[in-house]
Design a protein around this ligand. Structure first.
Ligand code: DHB
Length: 305
């Protein structure tokens, strides 16, 4: 009932693991696959090893979390070994793999994309980390020309795997960025990355809690903002949209689909409802579809009618 075809690929359901959660190792990804995710997304991986920011890298706030991990990862050459270990198992389970990558420019993105592409089903370009500094992350995704150049460079060197761009909500006009990545040849859009950045100050020590001082916000409180971004993107481009931001229930997923998402990703929700949140969301979606006697594909974009 939840089978979904995106970019010519069959997914057993449209509820995917988001980048950055349980994606540091192959075994963590496999665990999310066993718990019902239709696809699992890796932690964002770059060309070289990166240690990340000092602790604390996460702090809970009302309605969600702030995080500034600082893109910790072992570098692409090392990381593909993690995927290699679980690739066959995930294939047997019918779980697709999304490789999230970052880089400082088109050249770096292309190199990482080339290395990861034989190991994954879909590539996700993280052009939206809100606290990466330098010319990483949102510095690219906030600029339509830089976003265009990264997407078109990766599309030039990856032929087989679809390429999605993950966008930041921290822009004046999300439609402009969406159009520019569509024009560059992206196959899909993932929206949204974390919101902000934000800060929490410890009033006893008088210091910001996060090691990086500020971080991006995820979790339930950002859902209305994610919904509006998906709604706007759907009205501006033809590309399939993968909605992400504060989804914890099947009804949240349905709401994203009405806004225009064809699939969703779940990140912070894993903390709220446990590893089996994927199975739970799928069950809740199925129940909704049965009660209303409708098909999933008929609700995508339904809020625009
Ligand atoms: C990190 C945070 C993000 O929101 C993101 O998109 C990528 C990386 C991080 O801190 O590692």
């Amino acid at each position: 009932m939840l089978k979904t075809n995106l970019f010519g690929i069959d997914f057993k359901n449209p509820v995917f693991l988001a980048a950055g959660i349980m994606g540091e190792t192959g075994s963590a990804l496999k665990r999310m696959g066993k718990n019902g995710a239709g696809a699992v997304c890796t932690k964002s991986i770059g060309l070289e090893q990166k240690m990340g920011h000092n602790n604390p890298t996460m702090v809970e706030v009302e309605g969600g979390f702030l995080n500034a991990m600082g893109l910790p990862n072992p570098g692409i050459d090392e990381y593909v070994g993690e995927i290699e270990e679980i690739r066959d198992d995930l294939k047997k389970m019918g779980v697709k793999i999304i490789g999230s990558i970052y880089g400082k420019d088109s050249n770096e993105f292309s190199k990482v994309a080339e290395t990861i592409s034989p190991f994954v089903d879909v590539i996700e370009l993280n052009i939206s980390c809100p606290h990466a500094g330098g010319f990483y992350g949102a510095q690219i995704g906030q600029n339509p020309d830089l976003s265009h150049s990264v997407v078109s460079a990766v599309k030039d060197c990856v032929n087989k795997q679809p390429v999605m761009a993950k966008l930041t909500p921290n822009v004046a006009d999300i439609k402009e960025i969406a159009k520019s990545v569509e024009d560059a040849g992206a196959d899909g859009i993932v929206a949204i990355n974390t919101l902000g950045p934000g800060m929490v100050i410890d009033i006893e020590t008088k210091k910001p809690i996060l090691g990086n001082k500020f971080g991006g916000m995820s979790g339930k409180a950002i859902k209305p903002i994610a919904i509006k971004n998906v709604y706007d993107i759907y009205s501006a481009v033809e590309l399939p949209i993968i909605g992400v931001g504060g989804i914890t229930t099947g009804l949240d997923a349905i709401e994203f689909m009405l806004a225009g998402a064809s699939a969703v990703q779940v990140g912070t929700g894993v903390y709220y409802r446990g590893y089996d949140i994927f199975d739970k969301i799928c069950e809740e979606m199925e129940q909704f579809l049965i009660e209303k006697n409708i098909k999933l594909k008929d609700i995508v974009g339904g809020a625009h009618e």
